[in-house]
Design a protein around this ligand. Structure first.
Ligand code: HEM
Length: 406
């Protein structure tokens, strides 16, 4: 008797990244986890077990230093793709200004969510596209306000940001046309942000660009090249990640009516629920590292100089770490998921993203009467790394007024 050949790691990764499997790549990740450290045909190592990912993210013999092979060599790189000591210096410069700016923002976030939903209050029955009407405009408005980027320029930098993230960590080799689109988007966004930086140099405002340009803290002001890469990173992160958290969270709620009903009466459930979305359906599915030495892991040796793909979304469903990993449990305890990464590069925007999702999901649960998914699964964006719906149409009987007592 012959048994069907086990698909290779390359086959599984290719299947998981295919657009027609985008709505549910998790069965392929589960198969990948059977060999938690596997070498793909192109020499990349795929790491899909929770423990193995966690270990590598905290190993000093691992590097984040890389560049996009399809863009001209940059004069400097963002902190996301640098190692200590440069990474740590840049990260300190950003966080000392970024974190204080997001403290005390909850009331403002609540106002923004209320305004976005109120725009649809007369439609009864009605329909919202959760992505276009809430999940995208909320984080975009917030990151623009924080950085000091004019919101009305969004049609320009929003589309550039999408092109850049499509080419972020390519799984397929891009075509000539895609490469030239990527190079062009990079050039245009650089020119746009350089213009803003120059303006803020002489006209400082109450925003992060001005903070970083004119900083008088011991770390000093950020140099012009580092400022440009940092702003690009923050602007793109603000556009392409939280949108997926809110949309994936809405999807989970509408597929789990009990969770939706509980959130409606118990807004405190939003805190563990947002963490569960980050575990169950994470907006950033994977990230890249390289090895600075031979590393022994799960009975295999990853040789020095290897490229390593950390499959965060696969680690989040690892039964060796989480009970019932394929179930969405809104009040799951012991939920140390990998959704925001870990170690030195742990997400700087985590507090902001959590607050935005918390407020948006609570408002949706509280204000939409009998919400229903119009399409399940919804259409997904063409991105295997920053994964989420392109549109999320939801119909409802009535949109009630905001009832929050301030
Ligand atoms: C739900 C939303 C978000 C998710 C799931 C997310 C996820 C992540 C992950 C997984 C990493 C680590 C990448 C790696 O180790 O290679 C990361 C890093 C980072 N994130 Fe986020 N992110 C989110 C929102 C944001 C926002 C709103 C911002 C800022 C506006 C932001 C800024 C950053 C920065 C600057 C880093 C690099 C940190 C470093 O290299 O030290 N993120 N994020």
């Amino acid at each position: 008797m012959t048994t069907a050949a086990q698909p290779s790691a390359t086959d599984l990764m290719t299947a998981a990244a295919r657009q027609d499997n985008r709505a549910n790549p998790y069965p392929y990740y589960a198969q990948l986890r059977q060999q938690p450290v596997a070498r793909a045909d192109d020499g990349t190592w795929l790491v899909s077990g929770y423990q193995e990912i966690y270990q590598l993210m905290h190993d000093p013999r691992i590097s984040s230093d890389r560049r996009n092979p399809y863009l001209p060599p940059p004069e400097t790189k963002s902190l996301l793709v640098q190692d200590p000591p440069c990474h740590d210096q840049l990260r300190r410069q950003v966080t000392q200004h970024f974190i204080p700016r997001i403290m005390g923002m909850r009331d403002h976030l609540h106002e923004l969510v209320t305004d976005l939903l109120d725009a649809h209050i007369s439609e009864q029955p009605g329909q919202l596209d959760i992505v276009a009407d809430l999940a995208y405009p909320l984080p975009v408005t917030v990151i623009c306000e924080l950085l000091g980027v004019p919101r009305q320029d969004e049609p320009l930098f929003g589309s550039l940001s999408r092109v850049l993230t499509r080419g972020l960590e390519p799984i397929d080799i891009p075509t000539e046309e895609e490469i030239s689109e990527l190079v062009d988007a990079h050039r245009q966004l650089t020119e746009y942000l350089q213009g803003l930086i120059e303006h803020r140099r002489t006209h400082p405002g109450d925003d992060l660009i001005s903070d970083l340009l004119h900083s008088s803290t011991p770390e000093g002001p950020m140099g012009p090249k580092d400022l440009l890469t940092t702003l690009t990173l923050l602007l793109v992160a603000g556009h392409e990640t939280t949108v997926n958290l809110i949309a994936n969270g809405t999807l989970a709620l509408l597929r789990n009516p009990d969770a939706l009903a509980r959130l409606r009466t118990d807004p405190d459930l939003a805190t563990p629920l947002v963490e569960e979305v980050l575990r169950y359906d994470p907006p950033v599915q994977m990230t890249i590292r390289s090895t600075l030495a031979d590393i022994d892991l799960a009975g295999t040796t990853i040789p020095k100089g290897s490229r390593v793909r950390l499959m965060l979304a696969a680690g989040n469903r690892d039964a060796n770490r989480f009970d019932n990993p394929d179930q969405f449990l809104p009040d799951r305890r012991d939920n140390a998921h990998l959704g925001f990464g870990g170690g030195l590069h742990y997400c700087i925007g985590a507090t902001l993203a959590r607050a935005e999702a918390h407020i948006a999901l609570t408002a949706l649960a509280g204000r939409l009467d009998s919400p229903r998914l119009v399409a399940d699964p919804p259409p997904y964006r063409d991105n295997a790394v920053l994964r989420g719906p392109q549109h999320l149409p939801v119909s409802f009987n009535r949109l009630t007024s905001d009832t929050r007592t301030a």
